[in-house]
Design a protein around this ligand. Structure first.
Ligand SMILES: *Cc1c(COP(=O)(O)O)cnc(C)c1O
Length: 451
């Protein structure tokens, strides 16, 4: 679906008309969903109405910010980028914030400027978006995978210490799906072993542990503002930290290696470090400034809908909802996850369940595949740089796969994970009821669908 406002209006109008004649209200459905023919077998879907689209913007408040910048001709990094950095740092609760071109480069910049490179080991979860591990490989370091706690979907802190060696330099916990990883335990382990911590908070805008925002616990927090994320700019990223020396270096790195504070257009800055060019533009910052005004309210709505949905689906046998890690006061719910147990659904496969749920008008996905087992690792290990930095034994992919085996994560990815998308949680209670009713309907008709 095209994310254009006019397109959305047309879509709602068309589907709204179609739905009016065919669809029962959600409260009417609730009583007898089990007796109705599943949509995947040709029955009437629980829902034909459109879901909230993403991203959202406001004509009156968002568009002038962007248009005014366009008309000013100041498009390279200037006061709007600085303003957005100030606002994002204040929101996360860190003294410093630097924007960069995307979340991937926020991670790469943080790792490099915290001194991570060839020969170092970096602890990562296998349950994340590819960019987490790609960032580690971009520095020349060796990713070390720690299995997932399938109750919380996060890296299992109890399994981290067993993977620490004399070469371990960093932990990259990921607040995956926007649910916080256990930062209290992870920071204690890092402190004990003298490791740096880079939080991948690219899905966790505004999530909190004990009232404190994720991205403010580690040496660095990394965010993404890619279009699907809970704060959407199109592309964009940020690093948050309280470490001034580190942030000065990050700034320098993102601006060709020129000293912190050197301005755009300065051509003889006495370049200090081997840099890169990763600056956000003014019009991107203008979009971000508009989006940030809505983020707290949207996050509250996602939390309220998620809590309601979680409670209602947890009563359906075979649906195992997520558990939040200790002391989480708010999640970001970039995704809403539950584990599917086919035994509660008469042995119906997850793939067929997902097909049936999609047919009922509920968008859903099986989510990630195990990142510790994909071909990109072998590709990196065969590169010129890796061959010079590591021994043949260290780069043996079979031995690597054995060392990095994560059986619980395999089970989560291959058999159990089901996701709903963050924008669905911006709907109404009745929208949440549609999800519950659709799952219930498939549950009650599992025999028929399986046959
Ligand atoms: C999106 C994402 C990234 C990368 O962010 P980009 O802005 O797309 O580069 C990194 N880690 C996680 C967990 C993400 O979801």
């Amino acid at each position: 679906m095209k994310n254009k406002n006019f397109g959305r209006r047309d879509f709602i109008r068309t589907t709204g008309l179609a739905a009016a004649g065919t669809m029962l209200g959600p409260t009417m459905l609730r009583a007898g969903v089990g007796t109705q023919l599943p949509a995947v077998l040709g029955g009437t879907p629980v829902r034909t109405k459109a879901w909230p689209v993403w991203p959202i913007w406001n004509r009156e408040t968002d568009e002038p910010l962007v248009v005014d910048d366009l008309r000013s001709g100041v498009w390279s990094r200037a006061s709007l980028v600085t303003q957005f950095e100030k606002e994002w740092g204040d929101f996360i609760g860190t003294r410093r914030c630097l924007t960069v071109v995307n979340g991937t480069n926020a991670l790469i910049t943080s790792l490099l400027q915290l001194g991570i490179g060839g020969g170092d080991e970096v602890i990562v979860p296998p349950y994340t978006f590819i960019a987490t591990v790609a960032a580690v490989l971009a520095t020349g370091a060796m990713p070390v995978f720690v299995d997932t706690d399938i109750a919380t979907w996060q890296i299992d802190p109890e399994k981290i210490e067993a993977k620490i060696t004399p070469r371990t330099r960093a932990i990259v916990p990921v607040h995956i799906l926007g649910l916080p990883a256990d930062m209290v335990k992870i920071m204690a382990i890092a402190k004990k072993h003298g490791l740096v911590v880079i939080e991948d908070a690219c899905q966790a805008h505004g999530a909190e542990i004990g009232g404190r925002k994720v991205g403010s616990f580690g040496d660095a927090g990394c965010f993404s503002f890619q279009n699907s994320k809970n704060l959407a700019i199109g592309e964009g990223g940020a690093i948050t930290s309280n470490d001034d020396a580190f942030m000065d270096k990050c700034y320098s790195y993102h601006n060709y290696g020129n000293p912190y504070g050197s301005v755009v257009g300065q051509v003889n800055a006495g370049t200090l470090i081997a840099g890169n060019k990763l600056r956000l533009t003014e019009y991107q910052a203008a979009i971000g400034i508009g989006q940030l005004k809505r983020l707290p309210g949207e996050t509250e709505l996602r939390n309220a809908n998620a809590a309601y949905l979680r409670e209602r689906i947890s009563r359906i046998p075979g649906v195992i909802p997520y558990t939040l890690t200790p002391n989480v006061t708010k999640a970001a719910f970039h995704l809403f996850p539950f584990r599917y147990d086919r035994n509660g659904f008469k042995g119906l496969s997850r793939a067929t369940f997902l097909k049936a749920l999609n047919a009922e008008g509920i968008p859903c996905s099986e989510g990630y595949a195990p990142l510790n087992k994909m071909p990109y690792l072998q590709n990196a290990f065969q590169s010129k740089n890796y061959k010079k930095m590591y021994t043949a034994a260290e780069l043996d992919i079979h031995a690597f796969n054995e060392r990095n085996n994560c059986p619980l994560n395999d089970r989560l990815c291959n058999e159990e994970a089901v996701w709903f998308y963050q924008s669905m949680l911006l709907g109404t209670r009745a929208d949440m009821d549609d999800i519950v009713n659709a799952i219930q309907k498939i549950h009650d008709n599992a025999d028929k669908i399986k046959a």
